[in-house]
Design a protein around this ligand. Structure first.
Ligand code: ZN
Length: 147
C-alpha cells in the first residue's frame, strides 16, 4: 500500500519528538527501570494503579526513536484501562511483534492498537523488536509489582 510506510514513519517521529505522558509520578506510584543494552535505550516507567484501573503512566529516559515512540504510544493505549484490559493490550502488541509467549485470548482481537500499528514494520528487524518492546516489558514488571 503506497504511502502507508510514510504515514507510519510520521507517526513514530511525532511520538519521538513530542512524547506523550513524559515525566515522573510521585510515590506511592510504582517506578521500574528498563534497559536495552543492545541499543542503549533506557526508560523509567511510573505506574499508578488504583481499584484495578491504570490511572496514570509516565515515562522518562532516553533512547532511539523506536523505543521512545513505542513508550509514548503505549501510555496512550493503557491509561484509563482496567489491568485486565491492559494485559490484553500487551498480548496484542507482543503478538504484532511476533512474540507469542503468553498466547492470545479470543477477545484480544477486539482491542485496537491505534497509533501502535505504526510499529508493525519493526517485526522485520529483530534487533529493533527489543527497542519496541522495552517499555512493554517494563510495564509488565510494574503491573506485577502492583499486584
Ligand atoms: Zn533502540
Amino acid at each position: 500500500m503506497p504511502g502507508l510506510e510514510d504515514l507510519y514513519r510520521e507517526i513514530i517521529l511525532d511520538h519521538y519528538k513530542n512524547p506523550r505522558n513524559r515525566g515522573e509520578l510521585p510515590e506511592p506510584a510504582i517506578s521500574v527501570e528498563g534497559h536495552n543494552p543492545l541499543c542503549g535505550d533506557e526508560i523509567t516507567l511510573y505506574l499508578d494503579v488504583a481499584d484495578d484501573v491504570v490511572r496514570d503512566v509516565k515515562v522518562s529516559g532516553q533512547g532511539c526513536s523506536i523505543s521512545q515512540s513505542s513508550a509514548s504510544m503505549m501510555t496512550q493505549a493503557v491509561i484509563g484501562r482496567s489491568v485486565t484490559e491492559v494485559r490484553a493490550v500487551i498480548r496484542r502488541f507482543k503478538s504484532m511483534m511476533a512474540i507469542e509467549e503468553d498466547g492470545l485470548e479470543a477477545t484480544d482481537a477486539e482491542i485496537s492498537l491505534g497509533d501502535l500499528e505504526a510499529l508493525q514494520g519493526v517485526v522485520k528487524f529483530p534487533v529493533r523488536i527489543k527497542c519496541a518492546t522495552l517499555s512493554w516489558n517494563t510495564l509488565i514488571q510494574a503491573l506485577d509489582e502492583a499486584g
